[in-house]
Ligand binder design. Structure first.
Ligand code: GDP
Ligand code: GDP
Length: 453
């Protein structure tokens, strides 16, 4: 690994041995093209422009370690653009809502040259009722002349606009001083840790979801109705398993299951999606007695797209004979290659067979999902792997991996900084080796590549 133009120190400093210390999070929100990514790069001290190499990665929320005046915090780059699925305005507002719930301070970025758009105003309206501190950044104030445009943003009702030029660095010092002034020393409670872990129990109709939640609820005789310090959403079920409470999201309806045929498949699918998004880990129930179907795979891709940890539970195992078992193994090899990393439990919600085995599988999946590999260790390892198996040449040149960092957890997200494009096959190879080395059973792992422009 060679020294490079990246400010490696910004990534490495203070991380080794300190990764357990919780630091506060700064969320960056705003509509597309106002300069959020440029500002994030500026904050984390990466002076070189970088381009995203992998389509889709910008949709995820990625957090970076940052350090200003000796204080550490995380910067969360909220990508999250699905302008097709819902309107832009709604999408940005949702991003802001999410930041209000999870971040310790929020930065709203507005393009001062363009001025406040209807979308900016809509988001400002949301943020005005935020209890989390909000800093308004008027970006693209590259020179004195644009200052007056920045002043016009007082109209958003979020206090003083901090004029900044993310590309040139103008005004960023004052802005970062203000960040430190409003950012608490420690992260807010109840975000990362604390409270029962959230599980989504998902699968196609009739696979046994209600039966399983009923079984689990009765299992240790103790359905927990109230856990100290938690307010239970009435649609969730708190279930004690393996000596601790788990929150099964959006399952209260399943436990009673008054009308079986309630709602279309469309609504069922929306509901499944919502449950997955609210959860940290999903148990995907698959009917082991029948062939794996398109519907199973659809739910599976919802879990994968959401980046949640996963446990595969093959239900109705009491109906599985020798022949069926043989067929099932073949189906699993064929249909579930994408999630070879997921742990598998063969259960019967009907008889209760092996239902307790769900607990260790959930725990493994969640600990993988939360895992952080220290930057130093990651780079030592990747240097060895690349030396033994270099990436394929591109256009007669060998792409170099200059630096790797785990940019985020939940799920573990790695960013490789390279001098050239890495082919998908090689990225998959690296992911495989990463899993072998560090162990991420039960969790998806994301690897993105940033190529120097
Ligand atoms: P995002 O979609 O909000 O993340 O915006 P980007 O960071 O991708 O920036 C969008 C465009 O605005 C890019 O072409 C940037 O180079 C440009 N940009 C960002 N910050 C500034 C700035 O401070 N001044 C000027 N003039 N352009 C900027
Ligand atoms: P849901 O639609 O996913 O909630 O599925 P249900 O829990 O309502 O189960 C659908 C049907 O499968 C019911 O008739 C259950 O009794 C049956 N069932 C669920 N789990 C099992 C199992 O492990 N073994 C057998 N034999 N039947 C099961």
């Amino acid at each position: 690994l060679e020294e490079s133009d990246w400010d490696l120190a910004d990534f490495v400093d203070g991380e080794e041995g300190e990764e357990d210390i919780a630091v506060p999070t700064l969320a960056i929100v705003g509509r597309p093209n106002v300069g959020k990514s440029t500002l994030v790069n500026r904050i984390i001290g990466r002076r070189e422009a970088v381009v995203e190499d992998v389509p889709g990665v910008t949709r995820d929320r990625v957090s970076y370690d940052a350090n200003w005046a000796g204080r550490r915090f995380m910067v969360q780059d909220t990508g999250g653009w699905e302008p097709d699925a819902r309107g832009l305005q709604q999408s940005v507002a949702r991003q802001a809502e999410q930041a209000m719930q999870t971040a310790d301070a929020i930065v709203l970025v507005v393009d001062a040259v363009v001025g406040a758009t209807a979308t900016d105003e809509a988001v400002a309206r949301v943020l005005r009722r935020s209890k989390t501190p909000v800093i308004l950044v008027a970006n693209k104030v590259d020179d004195e002349r644009t200052e007056s445009e920045a002043a016009a943003l007082w109209s958003l009702g979020l206090g003083q606009p901090y004029s900044v030029s993310a590309t040139h660095g103008r005004g960023t010092g004052d802005f970062l001083d203000q960040v430190l002034a409003v950012l608490p020393e420690t992260p807010r409670e109840g975000t990362a840790v604390g409270g029962p872990r959230r599980v989504a129990l998902v699968g196609k109709p009739n696979v046994g979801k209600s039966s399983l939640i009923n079984k689990l609820s009765g299992f240790e005789r103790s359905v927990v109705h109230n856990v100290a310090g938690t307010t239970v959403d009435p649609v969730d079920s708190l279930v004690e398993l393996g000596g601790k409470p788990w929150r099964f999201v959006d399952t209260a309806g399943l436990r009673k299951k008054v009308s079986h045929a309630s709602g279309h498949e469309f609504y069922a699918s929306l509901r499944t999606k919502g449950a997955i998004e609210a959860a940290e880990v999903a148990i995907l129930l698959i009917d082991a007695s029948e062939p794996i179907t398109e519907q199973d795979l659809r739910v599976l891709s919802m879990v994968a797209d959401a980046g949640r940890a996963l446990v595969l539970a093959f239900n109705k195992w009491d109906l599985v004979d020798e022949d069926r078992r043989y067929m099932l193994e073949k189906e699993i090899d064929r249909e579930l290659v994408q999630v070879q990393w997921a742990q598998r439990v063969n259960i019967s919600a009907h008889t209760g067979r092996a239902v307790q085995k769900l607990v260790p599988a959930l725990e493994t999946a969640l600990s993988s999902w939360d895992k952080r590999v220290p930057t130093g260790r990651l780079n030592t390892w990747i240097k060895e792997v690349v030396a033994a198996t270099p990436p394929p040449m591109r256009g007669g040149r060998l792409p170099r991996i200059m630096f790797a960092t785990q940019a985020g957890t939940r799920p573990p997200t790695f960013v490789l900084f390279t001098t050239g494009f890495l082919e998908a096959g090689y990225r998959r190879f690296l992911e495989r080796r990463l899993r072998e080395e560090f162990g991420f059973d039960g969790s998806p792992v994301r690897v993105s590549v940033r190529v120097r422009e």
